[in-house]
Structures are given as C-alpha cells and as structure tokens.
Write a protein that binds this ligand. Structure first.
Ligand code: NAD
Length: 362
C-alpha cells in the first residue's frame, strides 16, 4: 500500500521546489500517493481564502503533508497561513535539525543542533489588538484598573500566553526526541528574568518535566545569552527547547550556522502521527519562477518525512545522496557556490536531478 501524503504547493518559489522535492522523494522508490493541495496568495485570488477547507481536510485525512512555503503579506487581510495550519491541525511542535554538511560554505563545520519550538502559544498565538480600536482602549483601561501600568493610548497590543499544559507538551516532546535519537542534553531557552509569569512559567514547568528524564542532561539559558553562545560555542549545545517566538528567531540563526536557509529542513508535529514537513525558509517571492533557489531544505524535509513514515533506509539513502551532491560542489545552486555570481551554479531543477542521479547509485 502506498503512503498517502498531502502535497501543499504554496506560492512564490513554493510550486517549483514542491515539484522537485516530489520527484526526488519518488526516486527513493518509496511508494507515495500524493494528494496535491493549494495554499497561499495564488489560491486566495481564486477561492477567497489562502487556506481552503479542502486542503485542511486532505491533511486531516492523510495525517502527513509536505508543504512548500507560503507568503504572509504584511499588515493586510489574512493572518499567516502557517500559523493557521499549525493551530487547525494541532501541530504543537516544530522540529528543526541544523546539521553541518561537508561542502556547505559556513563559518562552522561541526554543528549538530536540533531546535524544538513550541508552535501554538506565545506572541505568535495571534491575539492582537489594533491601535485606536474601541476594544484596544477597553483593554488599556482594564489593565490600568487592575493595577497594571499605564499603556499609551496610541498603542497596539499583542498578547503573550504561555501555559503549563502547552509547555509540558513541548518539553516532554523535546526529551522524548532526545531519548529516541540518543541525544545527550536538552537546553530550555527563555527570558524568565524579565517575563516572570510567562517565560518564568515555561522555565519552572521545563524544570519539572526534566526531573522525569535523569538520563538526559538539562540546563537553561537566557535567550539573549543563547544567541551569543550559539555564535561563539555552538558545539556545547544539543537539543534546544523554546517558546514560539524565540524558536522562530533562533531557527534562522541556527540555519545561518550551517550555511543558510537553503539547507534547513523542518517538521511540524501533532498528535496521533499528524505531521507537516516544511523548509525553514519562506516563499522568497523575488526568485519566483526563476529556477534559481536551493531545493535542498524542502528535499531534506522530505527526508524527515520518510523517517516519520518508517522508511528509514530510503531516508538515509536520500540524505547520503544530498550529502554527496553538496560535497562535490558542482551541481549546486548559487547560494552554495563560493561566489553568489558563479556562472557554474545550476538551477533548482538541475540540482534535484543531480540528487536523483546520486540516489540511483545507492
Ligand atoms: P525567505 O526565507 O522567503 O527569503 C529570505 C532570503 O533568503 C531570500 O531572499 C533568499 O535570499 C534566501 N532564501 C530563502 N530560501 C532560499 C532557498 N531555498 N535557496 C536560496 N536562498 C534562499 O524570507 P522572507 O523574505 O522573510 O519571507 C518571504 C515570505 O515567506 C514572507 O511572506 C514570509 O512570511 C513567508 N514565510 C513563509 C514560511 C513558510 O511558509 N513556512 C517561512 C518563513 C517565511
């Protein structure tokens, strides 16, 4: 029986890299029945919503999806499709492995970090009050009445909820991931010294969960210190567990440590096997249709998907094929060349084909 997988093609560079990743994954020999679905600004024009119900239905039915990036226009219309998808499907954990591959241009060659980002709470929960709206004024007045500080009347407000239950779930996931993947240490990242009732709660809850896993080392680091530590001595860290916003920011930092967004894959994990795999990068609209961007991050997200489907051998073969193409440095996109204007850089499709050729050798 083939595995049933929803393929969300996204917008911007999404559709082109989705097609390449699909072809490469099929070339592993794993039988997949792809259910193609739409999300993003292109479908918004046709259907009036960037996240059609039938896309959500397909994900719920198949439980596993590979998703290309989707644009979130700033300050207009709809909120983020990515945030909506995570909330609608209960994808509470975002797992982003950041690993050095030989041949990738980077200041470091020894990175092997995994970020586990909480996906549903924090400033990302989407609870916002616009400047000048009556409900915003009401909130400002209520906060003042409750003994809080005076907030300026011309403020916009975003709410930061962090719960014990949400934190327990993500920290449990981080420890279970560490145990299953033979990782030695989990670090909880926070700003508990300043945000005592949100990050403070995250930290005390993380400490309580950590007690259940004495075989895994645990420590905590304040987020600003963590950014410096990651730049100076990333080798000291292993699995990082973070609230949503710090997770978002540090994911890009860690992608930078291993050579950029072109090689940073990710997985969004929910209950009962529900999972959506996607690259860390966005829809890079300026490169749309140019056959230029690096398809590796989405292909490696496909590799994580194969592992999730229990196709470990195929996943390993795919990762090795990607490694060989990157190591050779020949059939790679512009971002992996020493000079970004290197005329020998190949297009996205050609890099995908090189990976397929390598797969055929394994
Ligand atoms: P981006 O990741 O799309 O692009 C930033 C820059 O990174 C690009 O200009 C390009 O130089 C480089 N880059 C990104 N992907 C690359 C690749 N595969 N190969 C080579 N270089 C690559 O980030 P952005 O410009 O901040 O966001 C564009 C849109 O994507 C926004 O609307 C944003 O909200 C959205 N976004 C979506 C997702 C998602 O769908 N999961 C994630 C992040 C951002």
């Amino acid at each position: 029986m083939p595995h049933k997988v929803t393929l969300i093609k996204g917008d911007g560079i999404g559709p082109e890299i989705a097609k390449i990743a699909q072809k490469v994954i099929d070339a592993t020999g794993v039988k997949i029945s792809w259910d193609e679905a739409e999300a993003g600004i292109d479908i918004m024009e046709k259907e009036g919503t960037p996240l059609p119900e039938k896309t959500l239905e397909s994900c719920r039915k198949n439980k596993v999806a590979l998703k290309a990036p989707v644009t979130t226009p700033v300050g207009t219309g709809f909120r983020s499709v990515n945030v909506a998808l995570r909330q609608q499907l209960g994808l509470y954990a975002c797992v982003r492995p950041c690993k050095s591959y030989e041949g990738v241009r980077s200041r470091y060659n020894n990175i092997d970090l995994v970020l586990v980002r909480e996906n549903t709470e924090d400033l990302y929960a989407g609870i916002e009050f616009e400047k000048g709206k009556p409900e915003t004024q009401k909130l400002i007045n209520t906060i003042k009445e409750l003994g809080g500080k005076k907030i300026k009347d011309d403020s916009g407000i975003s709410i930061k909820p962090i719960s014990v239950s949400g934190t327990e779930k993500i920290v449990e996931y981080a420890f279970q991931y560490a145990v299953a993947n033979k990782r030695k240490k989990v670090s909880a990242i926070h700003k508990a010294n300043i945000m005592k009732f949100t990050d403070g709660l995250f930290l005390s809850t993380a400490r309580a969960v950590a007690k259940k896993y004495p075989q895994v080392e645990f420590n905590d680091v304040i987020v600003d210190n963590m950014t410096m530590q990651l730049v100076q001595k990333p080798e000291l860290y292993d699995v990082l567990v973070l609230p949503n916003l710090y997770g978002d920011i540090l994911s890009d930092l860690c992608a930078g440590l291993v050579g950029g967004l072109g090689v940073a894959p990710g997985a969004n994990i929910g209950e009962n096997g529900m999972a959506v795999f996607e690259a860390t990068h966005g829809s890079a609209p300026k490169y749309k249709g140019l056959n230029k961007v690096n398809p590796t991050a989405l292909i490696l997200s496909g590799m994580l998907m194969l592992k999730h489907l229990g196709e470990n051998k195929a996943a390993e073969a795919l990762e090795n094929a990607v490694k060989r193409v990157i190591r050779s440095g020949k059939d790679v996109t512009y971002d992996m060349k020493p000079d970004r204007n290197d005329p020998s850089a190949v297009g996205s499709k050609e890099m995908g084909e090189a990976i397929i050729k390598e797969l055929a050798k394994s």
